[in-house]
Design a protein around this ligand. Structure first.
Ligand code: PHB
Length: 399
């Protein structure tokens, strides 16, 4: 007995010393809009991924990660599709990740299913996306998590009776506006109109759209735009037209009060209420440690936003898969690990729903306040562990 144990121990030791020879390089194909209007989003996600990797090398079980990046440039889906084709056939990546824009995540679903490559979605928020391939898992958010709960909160807690919703006219925008309407009307409010306001590439002139809303005088205007410069333009137009003074509150998902754009929005942003899953201002030990590490890595002026944390958490999921599979990535086994995967994220506890492969997370009601000369996000309410309401309520393509 003793001897056989010793022999076993020696065998294990031999395996370990030979471990370097067995170390695998796991290729992770990353598709992000590195150039064009979404370049800041790509930088955030990549910084988040790299921060997690630099802090957690020990969790790779001696294996290496090679990030093979491709530029998806625009939201249209076409360039992302070519990129993924190349990553699968030429680069032979083991895992895919990234995807800021919904149409890009959607366009590659048949390729991913056919090639059986696990894909971790780090932004793209249209609710039904994970159902498009059994190899998709999402660590970011769904448009219905923020939109539906913003609608409910606006009617139940803010007391608004009427609202209009403006949205960037592509899948996540339509989804977000529909989610808001359902939440607001479930709680007794009335949405007078859903107004498409331009496409995701160029920032439109919001003035004529907002003027129409101002003339209709709803209690609130719910706005979804794809963060970044679109969000800055929304808040600017709202202020320029004096809509707050006209009694119309601006509300939306946290995409319109993104941490990295907030300070540039000026005092007019004070009082905005949004619902989202992350702000760098969250006062929790996990988030404070994350923001501190981010600033140490990228400079005191750099701030993570929701895309940064999604990159960080996405890489945490990928590293966990590599660890549990000891560097040998089998797609079905990887998906089994991702289903039910849990993580103490800087945004709070998160889980991938084993049934839908979609994120379950807290949604937070944000109010923009001012401390000293700095605008900041104050959390005024928390809706714990939200599953995608679109799937829970079996709406449209989420059925
Ligand atoms: C998306 O295309 O799904 C998307 C892009 C930017 C956002 C939110 C959603 O801020």
């Amino acid at each position: 007995m003793r001897i056989s144990r010793l022999v076993a121990a020696a065998a294990v030791a031999a395996m370990f010393s030979a471990g370097a020879a067995y170390a695998k390089t796991v290729k992770v194909g990353i598709v992000l809009p590195y150039t064009g209007g979404g370049a800041d989003f790509a930088k955030q996600i990549e910084k988040g991924m790299k921060l997690y990797l630099s802090q957690n090398k020990d969790k790779l079980g001696g294996h290496e990660v090679e990030l093979v990046t491709r530029d998806s440039k625009r939201p249209g889906g076409d360039i992302a599709k070519v990129a993924v084709q190349e990553l699968i056939t030429r680069e032979k990546v083991d895992i895919l990740g990234g995807f800021v824009y919904s149409p890009n995540a959607m366009s590659v679903a048949p390729l991913v299913t056919e090639a059986k490559v696990p894909m971790v979605i780090m932004n793209a928020g249209t609710s039904f996306i994970p159902a498009m391939s059994p190899y998709y898992a999402r660590v970011s958010f769904t448009m219905w998590q923020s939109g539906y709960h913003m609608g409910k909160y606006a009617a139940e807690k803010l007391g608004y009776k009427t609202a209009m919703a403006g949205f960037t006219n592509y899948p996540p925008g339509k989804d977000s506006a529909a989610a808001f309407k359902r939440g607001f009307e479930d709680a007794g409010g009335k949405v007078q109109e859903l107004i498409p306001m331009g496409g995701p590439r160029e920032v439109p002139d919001f003035t004529p759209f907002f003027q129409k809303v101002k003339d209709a005088k709803p209690n609130a205007l719910y706005m979804f735009v794809p963060a970044g410069s679109h969000a800055s333009a929304v808040v600017k137009t709202y202020n320029d037209l004096g809509m707050r003074g006209a009694g119309i509150a601006l509300i939306g998902p946290g995409d319109i009060t993104q941490d990295t754009k907030l300070q540039g929005m000026g005092d007019g942003a004070q009082g905005l209420v949004t619902v989202h899953h992350y702000s760098a201002d969250y006062d929790t030990p996990e988030n404070k440690a994350f923001v501190k590490a981010w600033k140490a890595a990228y400079g005191a002026d750099s701030t993570p936003d929701f895309m940064g944390v999604q990159g960080y958490d996405g890489m945490a999921a990928i590293v966990d898969v590599i660890n549990k599979l000891n560097g040998e990535i089998d797609a079905d086994k990887a998906m089994d690990i991702l289903k039910g995967w849990k993580f103490a994220s800087p945004r709070g506890p998160i889980m991938i729903d084993p049934q839908t492969r979609d994120i379950v997370q807290n949604e937070y009601v944000h109010k923009v306040t001012k401390q000293g000369d700095r605008l900041m996000i104050e959390v005024v309410a928390t809706i714990p562990q939200v599953k995608d309401p679109c799937k829970e309520l079996k709406v449209g393509k989420c059925k």
